[in-house]
Design a protein around this ligand. Structure first.
Ligand code: ADP
Length: 328
């Protein structure tokens, strides 16, 4: 979908909205959604105290925040600014900042440069990334990625998740739109974004926090694990379940892509997992959910084995070639 005209037809708005890429969503927010989603910051505005940044334009809009590109006045480098309303749920952006800072050693998480508040908003200045792989998939003619691209995405995300999990956190919203490609010299690196739904599941002495009898739903219906559907306490493995469903979507699509009802999506997932076969990724990939099924909530997943499985899905796995979207 290249050309979007506003307003979207009312009856199809929600369905069409989910098909827009990030920039189109941002435009939609700017033009159509009135007061609620009017841009938080204006183009050209200067934010920051010790360091200042000039807002350029909105590059993405999520459920809560808006992402702008901006220029660092000192270095003249282009950065990203994630902005959230203070009143909404300030905890989200504070949590996100805290986790991003702790993960500053990770090559699969954007670097944080600065944070602050402006009027009614909190913001984080971070490394500017490229498009998310959900949008990139939609730009492919076949609306899917090759086995090699899918495996590379999987391997990098497993490395990223290993680092996030090592700090005792689970992300709880792994999905293609929360995985972005790097730009410039980082264009072959994938980044996990949006830690607003993360949760610490280990105590300071490395033990698992006690299980709650009922955990409220967290995540995105299309990608959450069966355990998350069942409102069970999530563990490290549940992030990897979401990665598994994301990879399946990238390579060959999900049977429940147009189903909205959570219970129906859950029964489709259960049905598929009874006898999982992959049309495109091959027999080895079929071991992936099998390993996850045998990983308990309070276990550390076998990242190396899962990475080995993904690498074995391609005859010539390598991370040095251009990604298939590079010529867009
Ligand atoms: P929310 O918390 O509101 O859901 P996200 O953090 O998920 O917001 O960001 C929404 C979208 O903005 C992402 O899908 C991604 O495409 C884009 N985005 C997020 N972080 C960056 C970044 N650092 N650079 C460029 N684009 C980004």
């Amino acid at each position: 979908m290249n050309q979007v005209s506003f307003p979207l037809p009312k009856t199809q708005t929600i369905q069409l909205f989910t098909q827009l890429n990030c920039q189109q969503k941002a435009e939609y927010y700017q033009q159509e959604r009135g007061k609620l989603a009017a841009p938080f910051l204006e183009n050209g505005m200067i934010i920051g105290m010790k360091r200042t940044f000039r807002i350029e334009k909105m590059v993405g809009g999520g459920g809560f925040g808006q992402i702008y590109s901006a220029i660092d006045s000192e270095s003249k480098l282009v950065v990203a600014v994630k902005v959230e309303r203070k009143s909404q749920d300030s905890g989200r952006i504070v949590l996100e900042l805290n986790i991003l800072v702790q993960l500053s050693h990770s090559p699969h998480v954007p670097k944080v440069y600065y944070s602050g508040e402006v009027g009614a908003y909190n913001y984080i200045v971070m490394q500017l990334l490229g498009q998310n792989i959900g949008d990139l998939r939609k730009l492919q003619k076949s609306r899917s990625f090759s086995v090699l691209t899918t495996a590379r995405v999987g391997v990098q995300c497993l490395e990223g998740l290993r680092q996030i999990h090592a700090l005792g956190y689970i992300h709880r919203d792994i999905k293609p739109s929360n995985i972005c490609v790097g730009i410039g010299e980082h264009k072959r690196i994938l980044y996990i974004v949006d830690f607003g739904m993360a949760r610490r599941i280990l105590t300071s002495d490395g033990k698992f926090r006690p299980e709650r009898v009922y955990a409220s739903f967290r995540g995105t219906t299309r990608y959450v694990s069966v355990a998350a559907h069942e409102r069970k306490e999530q563990g490290f493995v549940d992030d990897i379940w979401s990665l598994f469903f994301s990879l399946l979507e990238l390579a060959e699509g999900l049977p429940w892509r147009s189903i909205v009802d959570q219970d129906q999506v859950l029964s489709c997932k259960r049905q598929m997992l009874k006898n999982f076969q992959s049309r495109k990724m091959g027999r080895n990939f079929e071991l992936f959910p099998h390993i996850l099924e045998n990983t308990g909530r309070t276990e550390h997943p076998d990242y190396d084995r899962l990475i080995g499985i993904l690498r074995s899905c391609c005859e010539n796995f390598n991370e040095l070639t251009e990604f298939e979207w590079d010529d867009h």
